[in-house]
Design a protein around this ligand. Structure first.
Ligand code: ZN
Length: 258
């Protein structure tokens, strides 16, 4: 990527990091994914150790910034980036800049409630988007379908990739899992579109590879729920940078700081 950014080999002008968890002013306040990390001043520690400017950003924000600068979000000034992985993450770009919220907690679209009395979420709440539209949620729905006798997949090897392949092979039960996730995504995205009126919503993460399996039900919900102007003018797009999005976004932030 150094060449892509017009750098000479061997010249490092700064370091950008996307880290999971609550990031505030260069400090990892806490991180469910990094057990034991509490109030770690990662930016200062690395600047001291490496004598280079360091930018520390929340990983979902770095992904959103990457897609905005070099991916599907290029040319948009305001966008929401949703990552459909083990969980559902989100990053907001408003007026060209990351919106972190008052305490660095903005963009938690995965914990937006889409079903008031819905499934229990790991966050303690019920009916969060993450419980339906994440890989974990889709696999959980698949296990429910097996229990009900609606499907007979091998429970030991259930992954969204396997269900994706089954759906493409004509398995209606598998297809309906993605349609269900798409419906909840549409409900959530409709609210986001109404509140923030971004130019684009970009969907990345492993589950987004099943794009054509959930796109119809997702857009059906959005079309049903949103104001006409919003439906006609907002773009809903798949991410294009894959796993590189966060790296490119963090790097871009480091360049802009330097
Ligand atoms: Zn939740």
């Amino acid at each position: 990527e150094m060449i892509a950014y017009g750098m000479r080999h061997g010249t490092v002008v700064g370091i950008g990091i996307g880290a999971p968890g609550l990031i505030e002013d260069g400090v990892v306040r806490c991180s469910p994914n990094l057990p034991g990390w509490k109030e770690v001043p990662l930016q200062k520690l690395l600047e001291k150790a490496l004598s280079l400017p360091v930018v520390l950003e929340n990983d979902a924000n770095a992904v959103a910034y990457g897609e905005k600068s070099s991916g599907a979000g290029k040319g948009f000034n305001s966008l929401i980036c949703i990552t459909l992985g083990t969980g559902v993450g989100g990053g907001l770009i408003l007026n060209g800049r990351i919106w972190r919220g008052a305490f660095g907690m903005a963009g938690e679209v995965g914990h937006m409630v889409v079903e008031p009395e819905g499934l229990q979420c790991s966050c303690g709440n019920r009916g969060c988007l993450e419980t339906y539209a994440s890989a974990t949620g889709i696999v959980r729905a698949a296990k429910e379908a097996i229990k009900k006798g609606d499907a007979a997949w091998d429970t030991d090897n259930l992954t969204t990739e396997m269900l994706d392949a089954a759906a493409r092979g004509g398995d209606k039960a598998a297809a309906s899992l993605f349609a269900g996730a798409g419906r909840y995504l549409g409900v959530g995205i409709a609210s986001l579109l109404h509140i923030l009126n971004p130019e684009a919503v970009i969907l990345g993460g492993g589950v987004s590879k099943a794009w054509d399996l959930f796109y119809p039900s997702m857009t059906e919900e959005i079309n049903k729920r949103c104001f006409r102007e919003i439906v006609e003018r907002s773009k809903i797009l798949p991410a294009t940078l894959g796993d590189s999005a966060g790296i490119l976004g963090a790097a871009r932030l480091a360049f802009e700081k330097g």
